[in-house]
Design a protein around this ligand. Structure first.
Ligand SMILES: [Ca+2]
Length: 402
């Protein structure tokens, strides 16, 4: 089949050389990587320049092209004859029919050796009711990989127990890289950045432990490998990394109806400071499912009205945050005129506000980098009941002259 298309290959090669265009789509960052000296032969790609014909073709047209399979999964556009030997699942043609959109998928006991490998539950795409420990080992595709991004496209394992919200039945664990909180419950669409560390010899492992009652568990986690010089790299110390002037951030397992704020959390969420933006505002997300919003319920019994609480205080200080909190550097409400002299760092309670109140407010911070840090201890009951965690919409504020 390959030989039958030789003429077409040559035509494509010639065309591409002439137009300097790429057939596969890749994001800007990948294109930047490609334009670097030596960036074309990353082990991501597994090509050796010694393959006389295909090497030219590959170098010119494919790079590290990402493609979408009809299943909706992302794949890597590789030469037709390379997908199966590399352990991939052929997902339809790419590169105008000259390549194969190759989806890499692993489950329990698997090893991720390709960028963009999915880690899925046994029985995927159906649910998995069983118990045990399901582990993926992530090998760097290149020594110059600095971070691993885990995209929890689909993530539903059992909820934490209802008293102290500890993940003691099911757990998602990351080890071998920078510390990541252990999570459970439902977190579709969330992500984590993990520091890959130096050296090739210390793989990162991702483990889903399932125990307890049968539960329809599903997960599909995309594992992306981020080169050290990539513009996609997250800032140091950021478990979550958002770009763009506005967006939405949530704690893991947040859901206004059924979510339970997870205990034992300690991580930072970072928003890249966009050019010419000097501040950031946060507002609690709309809550379509409750009369009184549960979009920000971090401490107290959220079955009743709980005011916002602020500051670090000491144990027993009323309306302070000594156990669970969201930290926003020097937070102030936005609509107070004149602007108050004081500001707060920790916010908790059951209302989003930088002052003690039962009314929600938009909260502003000019501390850069823009960053939220979330901390919860290991106790909820009896004082803290039915808290959901937080969901905030953020908007960066332009710098003003003077
Ligand atoms: Ca707590």
């Amino acid at each position: 089949m390959v030989y039958g298309k030789m003429c077409k290959y040559f035509l494509v090669v010639i065309t591409v050389v002439l137009t300097q265009s790429t057939i596969c789509t890749g994001d800007t960052d990948q294109r930047n990587e490609r334009s670097k000296p030596g960036g074309l032969f990353g082990s991501n790609w597994g090509f050796t320049p010694s393959k006389r014909f295909l090497s030219l073709f590959t170098v010119v047209t494919w790079g590290q092209g990402q493609c979408t399979a009809p299943s909706g999964e992302y794949g890597n556009c590789v030469p037709n004859n390379e997908c199966l030997p590399r352990g991939g699942i052929p997902g339809g043609p790419c590169a105008a029919g000259y390549g194969m959109c190759c989806v890499f998928m692993q489950s329990c006991g698997g090893i991720a050796r390709e960028n963009g490998t999915y880690f899925v539950n046994p029985n995927h795409p159906d649910a998995y009711e069983g118990t045990g420990s399901c582990q993926l080992t992530i090998m760097k595709t290149h020594p110059d990989i600095c971070q691993i991004r885990l995209d929890l496209d689909n993530f539903a394992i059992s909820q934490p127990e209802p008293i102290n919200h500890i993940c003691n039945a099911d757990q998602f664990l990351v080890s071998g890289g920078s510390p990541a909180p252990s999570i459970c419950g439902t977190s579709h669409g969330e992500h984590m950045y993990i520091d890959a560390g130096l050296g090739q010899s210390n793989p990162i492992t991702v483990t889903v432990i399932t125990s307890g009652p049968a539960f329809p568990r599903t997960w599909r986690i995309r594992v992306s490998q981020i080169p050290c010089g990539s513009i996609s790299k997250a800032d140091q110390g950021c478990l979550q990394w958002y770009t763009g002037v506005y967006g939405r951030v949530k704690s893991f397992n947040f859901d206004t109806k059924t979510g339970r704020q997870l205990s034992n959390q300690d991580y930072s969420i970072c928003m890249r400071t966009e050019r010419n933006f000097c501040g950031i505002q946060y507002t609690a997300c709309p809550d379509p499912s409750n009369n009184r919003s549960r979009s920000f319920t971090i401490s107290g019994n959220s079955n009743s009205i709980v005011n916002s609480m602020v500051g670090s205080g000491t144990q027993g200080t009323p309306n302070s945050c000594t156990n669970d909190w969201l930290l926003i550097g020097c937070a102030r409400v936005t609509d107070r005129i004149p602007v108050p002299n004081t500001c707060e760092d920790r916010i908790c309670g059951g209302t989003f506000n930088a002052e003690v109140s039962t009314l929600e407010r938009t909260v502003q911070s000019s501390v850069r980098p823009f960053r939220l840090s979330f901390h919860t201890d290991l106790i909820e009951a009896p004082n803290d009941i039915d808290n959901r965690g937080f969901c905030l919409d953020y908007t960066q504020q332009p710098c003003t002259n003077g």
